[in-house]
Structures are given as structure tokens and as C-alpha cells.
Design a protein around this ligand. Sequence first.
Ligand code: ADP
Ligand code: MG
Length: 725
Amino acid sequence: MVLQFDMGARWRGFLEEVCHESIATFSLLWPEEQGLEVRYGDLQAYDPDFAADVLLHPGLSLDAARQTLKALLQDLGVDADAELRLIELPLDHRFVLREIRNKHISPLIAIEGIVAKITSVRPMITIATFRCICGYDTVLEQLDESKMTTPLMCEIHEGGCGREDRKTRFTIVHEDSAHLDTQTVEIQELPEKVKSGQSAEVMQCYLQGDMAGVLSPGNRVVLNGRLFRRAQRKGGRDTPIFDLIFKCHSFERKNIPLEEVTISDEEKEMIVNYSKREDLESLLVNSIAPSIFGHYAIKRSLVLQLFGGVSRINSDGTRARGDIHILLMGDPGVAKSQLLNYMVALAPRGQFASGMSTSGAGLTAAAVQHSDGGWTVEAGALPLADMGLACIDEFDKMGEQDRSAMHEAMEQQKISIHKATVHTTMRTRCAILAAANPSDGKFIHPEVDKKSRPYTQQIMLTKPLLTRFDCIWMMLDKPEKDDDRRIGMHIAKYRQTGTPEWLIDEGIAPAPTSEDVAKGIIDGSELIEPDLFQKYVAYAKKFIHPTLTDAARELIVDYYVKTRTEGGGINESGSVYTDGKKFGTESGLDSFDSVPITARSIESLVRLAEAHARTRLSDDVEIVDANLAIATFDVWRYELMGGDYDETSMVSGKTTTKRNQEHRIVSYIIQQYQNTDQTVKLFSILNEMEKHNISKTQVEGILDSLCNGGTLFRPLSNRNEYQPT
Ligand code: ADP
Ligand code: MG
């Protein structure tokens, strides 16, 4: 161990030789900057033994460092009581919360996590001056944050009157005491490092001085500092069991997106090769939840969601989100929850939450007042999923408070909290994949019950909230013999081939690896294994920021204008509805469909197109991308609102046209298939339909929807060919 009297000299040597420039800069920044940050690596390179010693005996060592720094600053003519803050501690001194044991208590360590709660910033007395009634002052350093250390007596041989504390009264003289701003934050383990089924551990941490009031819930941080024990209390007495408290010495923010994903050169090459493949789209789509049958268009939108559009800061300072939000509405038992679970595992930084969450903070955030009057702000699921994917099941069952905060959280991607003494803004820059069940247990098809409302009104979500989703999928559980057999086979096959969990837990059988997944269980088709898929996504998000070409822009704007006008414009109540979906006039309900095409839709289309360009690793959003975005958009709108819904409702042009178009396409394919006994190629369908004035985008959208609904089928070997099922 380095002797105490030697420490100052060692620090002086290091600071003078290695840090003189940063000290000079710092002297100009004081007092705005209160601490000089020094990288541990620099100290280690200068004097490895001393550096190791600092980690083991941080208390004395850092005190010496502060005094040396103070002296050096004085030489520069600045009278500053600055902190010397060591950052970037070696990785073998960085721990996750669940690893922390008694032996970690004395050394300087780093813990990483995400800020889950913050309290209001309050002054704490660090050096307290107590005045006895005789007028004599006793000065005591306050080391324990949980209780004030008071003098036991007014010391006689130091000049006091000798009274014991029971016989006198000590009052604090604030003018002669030192105070520091103090804040308690609660750090929670990084969600992606918590195995599913475990709950994340938390740790209370103290931040002082200029470090207080800087962090917001949702921030990812590495905190450097030391652990302290504090006795647990039961019935007003201390117990022999201790809680651990972390006293922060310095911190580093870790909000750089996706930095935890490392991609090797070899993997990069594979990714680039994939991106050039003809069948890229089906390859990506098939790699999503292979155990779930069908749902091609839905899975395709989920691929786009993973890649995401580009978030931009406009020239006027406003922000346009790039994240794509998707809602899965559907009957119970159509694999919604299953899809969500799969996506949580696949997405970098995926987080699962339920709308019916039991935690007080729910999905967004909560501010709670303690019995002592202070406030704590607690982050809900969305801030904790910042920069990731939040999968929310039972979205329709979220609490009232979440409902109101959700609008801002989804569109502006932040949650602002102003409650009494706490003011904070949490970022919620995550894509949302939500699932919702119908409020009556099952969606009622208007054909079945003429009084039923549009699908979007059979769900407990308001229109403003619905318009914040880029895609809203309707997943109906309709009995269809052929389809049922195929799904049945598919599910049963998975149950046949899966490894019993018990055997895995007992160590008798190996758990399926991601290569097993990639071996392609479904019909032998090729898949990208989840690990690599995740890296593909991370690579594209990091390096590819595509911009719209003029041609693609034209296409999207044309589509928007056309859909608006075709839809018939504005209805009586002033809202826009489209596709002629004016519902239930017959049944006396003056309603229209709930998801009008609005200016927001343009942004959605651009995002979807950008995401598709990203899958191709292209920096330009081109016509193909715009077309795919439009097709995706068309399919969900059609499935949600178009199609057979018009049977009972008053229908105008578009839907009927669409049904005719659909009919035309299906009969053409059936006829061709029967004549030639071969699958029908996309280009021949396109050629034929052009004669009937049906555009390529329309045909593709309808084909997707027909495949999705199980009327048509495309062989996995060639996604551009179709046959009836
Ligand atoms: P939901 O959340 O929509 O109510 P779940 O995700 O709990 O439904 O799914 C119920 C079960 O049905 C799951 O075990 C799922 O695997 C199965 N299932 C339903 N549809 C499919 C499908 N298309 N392919 C594979 N499995 C399916
Ligand atoms: Mg469910």
C-alpha cells in the first residue's frame, strides 16, 4: 500500500506531467464545472502500482487527490475546491448489480444500469456546526446520509462548558456549515442483461454536488463510486442485516444507441451479402417468428419496425420520429402475445411490458410523494425501453394516467414531469409494438351482426391514440378449413420437434441454439439466425440513414392525395374518412371508420420506406421502397376497414372497386393455375391487370392481403409466384 504521506506526491507527479493541460482548461471553467475528470487508464499508464492502490483504498487516496488538485489550481490563481473524478474504471471493476457481494464494499467500483427513479434534489449538510447554549461551537463531519451525527457533549478541554447533550441544546449554525446538493437515484439493471423471468435488481445511489439533478429516468449510466452499508431497521431499531447504498464518485452516460452490439468483419461481410440478395425480403420475413404460421404482411411490417425509419431534427428544432409503431388488434388465440415475445428477444434492447402492469409507474411514468414531503419520479416501461423496442401486451387495458401520457410518449417520444420540486423529461425513443384484444372478447364481424361497430370501435382505444400507429393489423380468428389444417400441422410439428424444457433444465438435453433455429424448421426454407439478424439490424441502424429521392417522394404524395380524394373527403362531423367506409347508416349508427388517412400517414409512409431502404443497406429511399411502404399501408387499411365489411354498410366506390379488383385477380390466378397447372408469375398477373387499369402497387397490395388471408399461397422457393390454396 502506498503510504498516506506519499499519496500527495504521487498525485502531484501524475497531475503535473499528464494532466497539466486539462487542469489549465478546467481552471477557466470553474465554477461551472465542479469536477475534473481523469481517465483511469491514464493514471494506470503513468504508475500502475499507484493506480491499483487507488482502486483498493479510494477514501484516503481521493482525498489526497483533491488536495493536490486544489494546490495546483491555486498555483494557477484559482481558488477552487474541485473534485478529482476518476472515470472509465477497468472492466474487472465493473459489476452488474446481482453480482455485488460484501467483498465489493471497500474498493472503488463501477456499476452499470438504467436510472429507474429519481428524487428531488435537496441540500445536505456535510460539515455541521453545532452551537451549545454556552456559545461554544462543535464541528462534526456528516458521513451518514440516513441520520444526523450530533455532539454527545460540549467538550470541556476544547473550550466548551462540559455539558452533556441531555443537559444542553445544540443548534445548527448553517452559516458556518457546509452543504451539498444531494439526490438519491435508483439504478436498475440493464433490461437486456436480465434473463426473462428474473426481476431486475435495484440499488439506491447518492449523487452530490453538481452531479445531483442531472440524470433522468431512462438514462443508461455507469456509476463509479463506493458501496456503504446501512443497517436495516425494524420497529425503530437497527437489525444486524445491512442494505447497500452506493455513493457516487463520478458517472458516465451510456446513451449511445446499440453500442453493446459488436459486429465482426466476417459478420459484416455476411450482412452485406444478405442485403444484396434477390429474395432479401422473404428471407427477412421468414426469419421472424418462424414458429408462427402465416401472417406474411404482418411479419414484413415487423421487419420494417426493427430497422426503423430515420429520426430527424428539423431546421426549426422540432423532431420527427423515425420509430415505427405497430398495433396488433385481434381475437384471442391468434398468436399476438407469441409474436410480441419473439420480437422482444429479437430486437436489440427489446422490453416486454403489459398494459395491466402492476408497477406504479405503469407504461409511462409516475410521480409519488413520500411521507417526508419529497417527490420521487419513477420511470415506466417506455422510458426504460429508450432506444429499443417496447412490446406491450394488453395495450387496451392500460391505466388512465398512461392513456393521457401515451400521446406525447408516442409522437414526441418524451414524457415531461413537473410535480412540485421535480422537473424532468424522460426520453421514450422506442418503437412500440402493442397488442390489443377486443373489449367484448371477440371481434364481431359486421356481416354477422348488423349492429356491430367498425373494428376500431370494438376496442378500448381512442382515435387520437390509434392514429399514432403506423400500422394497425386486424388478426381475425376465422375458421377456414384449408388454413386450419395448415396451421394445425404447423403448430403440431413444432410441438413434435421442440425439446422438453425439463430435460434442458436438468442438463440432459442441449437448449436449441440459434443455429438450430437457422437450420430452417419451416419447410426447409432458409432463415437468418436471430443473433445475426440482430446484428444486421444494429448495423443498418448505425450506418444507414437513407433519404427520400424525389421519385419516391412523388409516389408517396400521389398516393396520399389519391386516397384522400377517393375516400370522399370530409363527413358531416368534419372528420375525414376514406374508402367510403361510412358505417352503419342502416343500423342507425352515424359512424365512419375510425382511422382516417391524415397528414400523419405521409410520415408513416416515409418511415416505412426509409426502413425498407435500410434493409437493403441503401442510403437512398427509392421507388421500390416507396412501393413497398404503400403496399404495406394498403394491406393493413384494407384488412382493417375494407374488404367484406362493405356487405352490410353503406359503401361507396372504393371498397367495391377493391373487391372487384380482388375478385379479378383471384379468378385470373385460379384460371391460369388450372390451365397450366403451374404457379402464376407476378409479372403475368401485373400484365393482365394493367389491362384493367389496376396499378402495380394495388395488385401487390391485394396479393399480399390475399396471401395473408389464406386465399392465395406463394411457394417459399419463389415469392414472386402465386397459386390458389
Ligand atoms: P393471443 O395473445 O393472440 O391471445 P397467443 O399468442 O397466446 O394468442 O397464442 C395462442 C396459441 O396459439 C399460441 O400457443 C400460439 O402458438 C398458437 N397459434 C395461434 N395462431 C398461430 C399461428 N398462426 N401459427 C402458430 N401458432 C399459432
Ligand atoms: Mg395474448
